[in-house]
Design a protein around this ligand. Structure first.
Ligand SMILES: N[C@@H](CCC(=O)N[C@@H](CS)C(=O)NCC(=O)O)C(=O)O
Length: 204
């Protein structure tokens, strides 16, 4: 497998899971500074011009929830997701929320140009980020998070994904002190060997 990533992006969640699963893969770094995600060569891999992308044989998987679910199912011995269908769907519901709601709220800070051309509209979207992102964390802290992991005692594909996005709390203008369970989860995951290794590998 080839894993296409950029440091400090949502690709970290999939990298942690590849390491957890002890999956064989080659790391392929995409350089945002030179806009390599828009290069012809990368667009042939992922026409969406985004990371992450996971090449499995001749197939390319994109979208973090899909990549995480694939890793969990392709490497079942790593036990990264529940085998019960309903419990698995709950993990997918959570990861879909991170992908389609929390990550998108965060993207309004740096990528407002995706939704508007008008400078004042872009600035207004940026100004709303601390509030819209905090509302997502309030929902997760109060209605979802079981502890010590998202879904209780078992570490699942939901944990590295939440960890990855929660790394951006401060830069999104959200104070982690307002979310004690999520802040403790973030601290706990920072110590986990797969996370330590992923953070090292993505920057080397
Ligand atoms: N829904 C996608 C989002 C992927 C995405 O937006 N990735 C960002 C990095 S976090 C990216 O590649 N941005 C490059 C750009 O906007 O040019 C997923 O969850 O995998």
């Amino acid at each position: 497998m080839q894993f296409f990533y950029t440091p400090d992006t949502c690709a970290l969640a999939s990298l942690i899971c590849l390491i957890e699963a002890e999956a064989p893969f080659e790391l392929c770094r995409i350089d945002f500074a030179s806009e390599q995600q828009k290069s012809e060569a990368y667009l042939r891999i992922n026409p969406k011009a985004r990371v992450p992308a996971l090449k499995v044989g001749s197939e390319v998987l994109t979208e973090t929830p899909a990549i995480l679910a694939y890793i969990a199912q392709a490497f079942p011995e790593a036990a990264l997701a529940p085998s019960d269908a309903l419990a698995f769907a709950q993990v997918q519901a959570f990861n879909s929320y991170l992908c389609s709601t929390l990550h998108v709220a965060h993207a309004h800070r740096m990528r407002g140009y995706r939704w508007a051309d008008d400078h004042s509209a872009i600035e207004a979207m940026k100004a709303k980020v601390p509030q819209s992102v905090a509302a997502c964390y309030t929902y997760i802290e109060q209605a979802v998070f079981e502890g010590p992991f998202v879904f209780g005692d078992a570490f699942t594909i939901a944990d590295p994904y939440l960890f990855t996005i929660a790394q951006w709390m401060e830069s999104d203008g959200v104070d982690p002190a307002g979310f004690p369970k999520l802040a403790a989860h973030r601290d706990r995951l920072r110590q986990r060997p797969s996370v330590v290794r992923a953070l090292q590998e993505e920057t080397t």
